[in-house]
Design a protein around this ligand. Structure first.
Ligand SMILES: [Cu+2]
Length: 424
């Protein structure tokens, strides 16, 4: 026997002895400690349910059939425009406005890929093609309402009695919190504090009267870090009974952030390093532009449901007035001018201005990490516009819009530059 083979054989034999010795010892210990009725017994039947609770829960439970969006999607008062998101209509039960929200798994695209050919986005997106692979469609397995991420925008009037029927089609319990609403305690939707969580397949009905006005939000009120991170949020606009002035275009934008690794469709909800940033669930260039006519009185409402970051939203070419927060309208004497508004998580900011300055105006978060897509290690080249970026398209009163050739900026007759923007 060669020396090498001898050594190999000896090692194997020694190994076998060691293993056998271990087995003997283990058996002894086992015998010594075995007592009837302890851990050695198979689990009793009534423990089965408890065991099941510890099984990993996925994005969707195949046993739960996901409902199609209710027919009320898209039918609404139609006063607020939520780009990329449909509004939610209501039915009436006497004086009560009845809304339906189905909380469910939603598979959708944060980024649709290249903008449609010859679309305005296609024309503006000059840097496209310079970074191969950055415009690949990005699919995400999110959670949403009525097939939509974020959920549909709900609109109602001050004084309305609303009933919101919430059906849970998630693979785990949930509840819906009415963020900033002054409602009776049992309607707050804090799962585990003000109500038992809504179990998968179950329905819960909220009903309350709206005493406030302004931009509010709704979001998951149970297992929030995960469920809000999975996308469960939406906007709720309460109009005053009587508006003081007319708004031509009233936009609403829900701000969200995500961590979704390249090649992965599942958001990492434990991450504190988001890499996808969305306006109404979409990253540029899949964000719908905000189109207005020159001279329009424009309002834009921002609500932030990000897990982590405040987003300083900036508009080119304009000075706006901040006219509202999550607490409702700001008295005129306390409104303040600006062109960048920091929207912290959980807060709302409403801004207004007159669209006096025609053209295509970049409109984006000013944390520049938040305005590109597909964050990954890669050689730096020209990174096309992405993330929390959109465009305010102010169509001039005279002359046709031509890309890079629109009429020179002119002032509306009688316009005094306020330096403070907003309404005159
Ligand atoms: Cu940002």
């Amino acid at each position: 026997m060669k020396r090498r083979d001898f050594l190999k054989k000896t090692a194997l034999t020694l190994g076998a002895i060691a293993v056998a010795g271990k087995e003997v010892m283990a058996q002894d210990i086992h015998k010594e400690h075995k007592m009837p009725g302890m851990v050695h017994e198979p689990p009793a039947k009534d423990m089965k349910h408890e065991m099941k609770m510890h099984e990993p829960i996925g994005w969707a439970d195949p046993k739960i059939k996901v409902s199609p969006p209710p027919p009320l999607m898209g039918k609404q008062m139609g006063r607020v425009i939520t780009p990329n998101v449909l509004p939610l209509g209501y039915e009436r039960d006497g004086k009560v406005k009845v809304f339906t929200l189905i909380v469910q798994p939603v598979e959708y695209y944060i980024l649709d890929g290249e903008p449609p050919e010859d679309s305005l986005w296609d024309k503006v997106h000059k840097a496209k093609g310079l970074m191969a692979g950055m415009m690949l469609p990005k699919k995400v397995k999110a959670w949403g309402f009525n097939g939509s991420v974020p959920g549909p925008t709900i609109e109602a009037y001050e004084g309305d009695r609303v009933r919101i029927i919430v059906k849970n089609e998630l693979p785990e319990p949930t509840s819906i919190h009415w963020h900033g609403f002054e409602v009776p305690n049992d309607q707050d939707g804090s799962g585990g504090i003000t109500q038992p969580p809504i179990q998968p397949g179950e329905t819960f009905i909220y009903e309350f009267t709206l005493y406030q006005t302004g931009t509010l939000m709704y979001h998951a009120g149970f297992n929030e870090k995960k469920q809000v991170g999975m996308g469960l949020g939406g906007l709720f606009v309460i109009h005053p009974k009587k508006a003081k002035y007319k708004i031509a275009k009233d936009f609403a934008m829900l701000i969200q952030e995500w961590h979704i690794l390249p090649g992965n469709e599942n958001p990492d909800v434990t991450s504190t390093d988001p890499n996808w940033f969305t306006f109404n669930g979409k990253a540029a260039p899949s964000t719908e532009m905000l189109t207005v006519n020159e001279g329009d009185h424009v309002r834009i409402r921002f609500g932030n449901l990000s897990n982590q970051n405040a987003h300083p939203i900036h508009l080119h070419g304009y000075t706006w007035k901040v006219v509202g927060t999550e607490g409702g309208p700001i008295p005129e004497s306390a409104q303040w001018p600006g062109n960048t508004i920091d929207v912290a998580p959980g807060t709302v900011r409403d801004v207004e201005f007159i669209a006096w300055n025609p053209g295509l105006w970049a409109f984006h978060c000013h944390k520049l990490h938040h305005i590109v897509n597909a964050h990954a290690d890669m050689p730096m080249g020209v990174m096309p516009m992405g993330g929390m970026t959109t465009i305010l398209n102010v169509i001039p009163k005279e002359g046709e819009f031509t890309f890079l050739g629109f009429p020179p900026v002119k002032k509306i007759k009688g316009w005094k530059h306020p330096g403070q923007g907003g309404r005159r």
